[in-house]
Design a protein around this ligand. Structure first.
Ligand code: PRP
Length: 387
């Protein structure tokens, strides 16, 4: 048996081999015909504004894919919200980037879906700590993408250690049920105390208090077993959840009644924007996994909109090179690039690559700040119900 995992290599992606085979056939046909038109192509999900805001992510890797190709590229900055229109424009000879389309769309579509879900979770509990717990739901080869996108959407921390190394962030975490079960039913104090004795000082002491018995009882036992307990986490399983808000309030009440007001309350397990809204006033923080990590990729497409300077597009798509703008009232405006944009509007497609050279710097913190600021600017309200 091969020791290799079934993962497409970075080299194959960079070389354009992570392509749908029909682009190889297209290259053969164009080469055979001696054709290589100058085109403008745009990456777009919705042709017209929809009012449903998405958060652009994945641009750093998409840029690395296009770097060194003889093309000019303009794109929205990472962390920009959009609800329609192009997020990227590529100008060049078509054969220069034909075989990159598949990987380019994947680099943008999946992170944008994850970052958008993270933004939704962020806005459902804006005052709370919200951590990314979703690594276990996705193929490990995309862990760094998920964690980076989760941070871009505004989540406060990540759990995947190797992903953290890739994106330059330290992963955090405390204990799983497995630790509790290793010490056995009735021995929860031993598990919490072993954790307290073993882990580095800077690791917050957050005890998992739902493993064997009543949450309020276990939370109190943990608070009394560990000096300076920072918090307890409830991951109460669905079959026992009943009125989870009541359980959480009862735990808070019990801790307070016994003088443990300083012990925080963290919740996890199947949380969504709806449940975050329901629980945000009775908990201090949340771990959100599946809602963010299991996001559907956004349905980006790459379309040729000009050939040799003339407008061109398949039906259903809008012809001609476009510009997109953030209008003074926080709207998203899409217009033809050779026309004036709205008054006082900011043009959002910025130079990214000029003749193969990357002309923009990527900074995750700046992108996180941009996402938060743009959400404010457009009056982002999040989602109130899962679609
Ligand atoms: O439901 P999600 O939003 O995807 O949350 C992610 C995971 O976080 C919790 O793990 P926990 O560490 O408590 O699980 P375990 O110890 O039982 O493996 C919860 O049980 C989920 O499996």
């Amino acid at each position: 048996m091969s020791e290799e995992f079934d993962i497409v290599s970075p080299e194959a992606i960079r070389e354009g081999r992570a392509t749908d085979a029909y682009f190889d056939r297209t290259m053969e046909a164009l080469e055979h015909a001696g054709k290589n038109p100058d085109v403008v192509a745009e990456v777009t999900a919705n042709q017209f504004a929809t009012g449903r805001w998405k958060l652009l992510a994945g641009l750093k890797d998409a840029t690395a894919l296009l770097e060194g190709r003889s093309v000019d590229v303009d794109a929205l900055p990472e962390g920009q919200l959009f609800d329609g229109g192009p997020v990227m424009r590529i100008e060049g000879s078509y054969r220069e980037f034909c075989r990159l389309e598949t990987a380019l769309l994947g680099f943008l579509s999946h992170p944008t879906g994850v970052a958008t879900r993270a933004l939704e979770a962020r806005h459902a509990a804006p005052e709370s700590t919200v951590l990314s717990f979703g690594s276990r739901h996705v193929h490990p080869s995309i862990g760094a993408m998920v964690e980076r996108s989760a941070l871009l959407g505004g989540l406060d921390g990540i759990s995947n250690v190797a992903a953290g190394e890739v994106i330059g962030r330290e992963a955090g975490g405390t204990m799983p049920h497995a630790l509790m079960i290793c010490f056995g039913r009735g021995n929860q104090e031993q598990a919490w105390q072993a954790f307290d004795a073993a882990v580095p000082e800077e690791t917050p002491r957050i005890a998992l208090t739902d493993t064997y018995s009543d949450e309020a009882d276990e939370a109190l036992r943990a608070a009394e077993a560990v000096d300076d307990l920072a918090g307890v986490r409830l991951d109460t399983t669905g079959s026992r959840r009943g009125d989870f808000r009541h359980i959480v309030r009862e735990v808070r009440w019990t801790l307070d009644a016994h003088g443990h007001d300083d012990v925080d309350l963290f919740l996890s397990g199947g949380l969504t924007p709806t449940t975050l809204r329901e629980l945000r006033d009775v908990a201090d923080g949340f771990g959100v996994g599946s809602y963010v990590a299991n996001a559907d990729p956004l349905d980006f497409a790459l379309d040729i909109v000009e050939v040799d300077g003339e407008p061109a597009a398949k039906r259903g798509k809008l012809t001609g090179m476009k510009s997109v703008y953030r209008t003074a009232d926080g709207g998203h405006h899409i217009g033809l690039a050779d026309r004036d944009g709205p008054e006082d509007a900011e043009s959002l497609l910025e130079p990214l690559i000029r003749d193969g050279t990357v002309v923009r710097e990527f900074d995750l913190d700046a992108a996180i700040d941009r996402a938060a600021a743009d959400a404010e600017r457009v009056g982002y309200e999040g989602v109130t119900a899962e679609e």
